[in-house]
Write a protein that binds this ligand. Sequence first.
Ligand code: SAM
Length: 403
Amino acid sequence: MSDSSLTQSVIERYASVARKGEQLCVPDGYDMEALATYIPQPVLQIANGCGVPVGLGTVRAGETVLDVGSGGGIDCFEASRLTGKDGFVIGVDMTDEMLEIARNSAAAVAVNLGYAQSNVEFRKGRAEKLPVDDQTIDLIISNCVINLAPDKQRVFQEIYRALKIGGRFTISDVVADTSIPNYLLNDQERWGACLSGAMYTRDYLRTIRATGFVGVHQVNVAPWGTIDGVHFSALTVTGYKVAAPNSFFPNEGIFSEYAVFKGPFKWVVDEYGQTFVRGLWRKIDQKTSDLLHLEPFRPWFLFSNDKVLGKMLNDDDPELLQILPADKPCEWKGNFATMTSLFERAEDDDHHQFESGVPIEICSKTDDVLATSQYAPFFYILNRAQQPVSSEAVACSPNGECC
Ligand SMILES: C[S@@+](CC[C@H](N)C(=O)[O-])C[C@H]1O[C@@H](n2cnc3c(N)ncnc32)[C@H](O)[C@@H]1O
C-alpha cells in the first residue's frame, strides 16, 4: 500500500469518526467529569487518545504548545487551561471534519475558562510538514497519532525542527513488543485503528534518538491489546531538544565537572555512548553535564568540582542505590522487562543486560527487583503468556547463572 493511499484511508476513517461522534478507544487517565465543566460534549465524545500527554505536569504556564493530530481538540483545550491565557496552543490535524468540531468549540472553551479570547488555534496540516516556523514551540504533545503516519522518522524530524532549543515533547502513542509482520502492516483497517502502524518499541526509541532528542524516558505505559502474539502498549514518552539539528556542540570535550552514577544499575551507557559505572567518579564535558542536569537524570547522579576522578564509592555507601535480588527460588511466569528510559544499555546486579526498547524474559525474583521504586521508572513489564503459568521453581542464588 502506498503512503498516500494509507494517509487517504486514515483521513476517511477519522472524518467518519468525527461525523458519527465515535469513540474508537476510551482514553485512560482523563478526569472526564472535570473536563466536561469547560469542554463541549462533541469534543469529549470523539476523544480518541491512548494516554494523557497533556497531563502529568507536562504543561507550564505561558508556554507555546503544539498538538500533532489534535482531532476534536481535547488535549489542546486542556493545554489552554494549563498554559493560562498568556500561553498559546496550536492544534494541527489533516482531517477537515475534526478541525471543524475543534474550531467550533474554541470560543466556548475560552468563555468557560474566563479568557477574553481563545488562545487556541487549529491549523490544517500534516504531521510530516507541520505548519509552523522553525524553533517556535516550547512543548509538542501528540496523542495516538504518530502510529498512523507512514513516515515516523519524518514526523520526529518535524517535531525537532519546530521545537525551540531547550524545548521538549510528551507523546502518547501505540508501540509494539516486536516488529509488525507484513500481513498486519498491509491491513488498512487495523492501521486506522492505531495498531498495525505501531513501531517496535526499540525502533521507536531509536528513531526519536536518531533525530537528535535526548533524555528520552517513559512517563507512563499501559497494555493496549494483542494480535497474533504481537503485544501493543500505549506508551507516553518525553524527550528534549538541546541543540539545533546537525549542530556540533562547541562545548563538547571541554571539561566541566565530575559525575558519579548512583545506581540502581551496575553500569549504564548514556545517549552519547558513554559508560557510567555505579560509584565510579568520572570526568564529564559540558555537553554531558548539560544532559545529566536535565530533570529526569538528576536523581541518578552526584556531581562534584573536587578532584575525585577515578575514586570509587563502596556499594554500601548511603548515597548509592544497589538492589540485589532476594536469595530465594525464581519462577518463570511469562513476564518480560523492557527498558524504556534514559539509557541506551544497562546491567543490573544479577547479570541481566538491557537494551533500550528490547524485551527480555525475567523470573519472579527479577520482577520483584524491577518493581522497586528505584527501578520501576526505567521499565515496562509485560506478560506474554497466553494463559496463567504455573512454572517450576528454580533454586538459584543472587550470583547464580539461572535467571
Ligand atoms: C486517533 S485520533 C486522535 C485524536 C486526538 N489526538 C485525541 O486524542 O483525541 C488521530 C487523529 O490524528 C489525525 N492524523 C492522523 N495522521 C495524521 C497526520 N499524518 N497528520 C496530521 N493529522 C493526522 C487524524 O485526522 C485524527 O484526527
